[in-house]
Ligand binder design. Structure first.
Ligand code: EPU
Length: 308
């Protein structure tokens, strides 16, 4: 779908100029891959967000939300419709409450996870150390229930703020949220605008030390600085995806400019200008080999969207 001039003007007006048309999504991806979005729009506050969603819904335009592009692959021909990115205006971070045991931290959905980790480290707050080095935004982390074997965001969520398809702003308490391994059951048309996390006080130097240890491990066992989407596959119930891919002899295997990392086999590295198609073919090849060798069907942790 391409927008008519009248629609473009309306989108420019609603967003106060914060909209880009035919915008290559590679620039918004941690893997530096992705075809163009019809429109990438950045509402500045919840009111603007509601106007954008309302406009898309009443005009039957598809829309989706974008975080840090660290868990999603946009195919080479790109995305039709509207990509809504909550960034400026959605990146506040405050202590919202406290009791004898707990301290509550409210974070906007567009806040970079790294900023939250820094805040917890500076303020001696424990409970999210395992988030260190996980890319993304708080909104994206909530929707994907980001985590490691040491913990996941569901463990520390107190409540989240959403805007639903009916444009209602709601607060949803943890007990009403259906989290599971790397996912949250929430309609894709609903925006997550903030999250309140429940943490505990600790000595700042100890929190810092635990974060440092996690970062050292991450940097030595994962291609941390390379353009990747993090782990490509979920860990299956039969074991670890990384070990299965490694033992299938796939480290270093390439399709075009996409390569299975030699450091951690569950990562695919964009060597230099890989196409989404290269990555998708490589994913298919990995699944096939692991299935042949171990009889295990790997499921992707990343989402793949858009047109080929
Ligand atoms: N291993 C291999 N070969 C490899 C990779 C790993 O033998 O190529 C072995 C390691 O030596 C280790 C074991 O596999 O003994 C587990 O490795 P790791 O500690 O890296 O854990 P993982 O299960 O592979 C999970 C998360 C990562 C997260 C790490 C933190 C999933 C799918 N992956 O990886 O998350 O960073 O733990 O320890 O849950 C992500 O979600 O994007 C992600 C990278």
């Amino acid at each position: 779908m391409t927008f008519s001039n009248a629609q473009k003007e309306k989108l420019l007006e609603i967003s106060q100029g914060e909209v880009l048309f035919d915008e290559p999504m590679a620039a918004y991806s941690t893997m530096k891959i992705g075809g163009p979005a019809d429109a990438l729009i950045r509402p500045r506050d919840t009111q603007k967000l509601k106007e954008v969603m309302g406009y898309a819904i009443s005009n039957e335009m598809p829309y989706m939300f974008w975080g840090a592009g660290s868990d999603i692959l946009v195919r080479d021909k790109g995305m039709r419709g509207l990509i809504i990115q909550l960034s400026q205006g959605f990146n506040d971070l405050t202590i919202s409450g406290e009791n004898a045991d707990e301290i509550f931290v409210a974070a906007g959905a567009g806040l970079q996870t790294a900023a939250l980790v820094r805040f917890t480290s500076d303020n001696g707050l424990k409970g999210t150390e395992w988030l260190a080095g996980i890319p993304g935004t708080i909104g994206g982390n909530v929707l994907t229930n980001a985590g490691t074997p040491e913990g996941s965001i569901a463990d520390v969520i107190e409540e989240i703020g959403i805007v639903d398809r009916g444009l209602k702003e709601l607060t949803v308490k943890r007990k009403a949220l259906e989290f599971s391994y790397r996912s949250l059951k929430l309609p894709r048309s609903t925006a997550v605008v903030r999250a309140v996390l429940k943490l505990k006080r600790d000595d700042a130097s100890q929190v810092k030390e635990r974060i440092n240890q996690i970062m050292v491990k991450r940097k030595t066992t994962q291609p941390y600085d390379a353009p990747t989407l993090g782990c490509i596959f979920k860990n299956p119930k039969e074991g670890r995806a990384g070990i299965l891919i490694d033992e299938a002899g796939l480290k270093g295997v390439r399709v075009g400019k996409a390569r299975v990392s030699e450091l951690h086999a569950n990562f695919i590295v964009n060597e230099d200008g890989a196409a989404a198609r290269d990555v998708e073919i490589l994913i298919g090849l990995i699944r096939e080999r692991v299935k042949q060798k171990f009889g295990v069907v790997l499921e992707t942790e990343i989402r793949i969207i858009g047109e080929t």
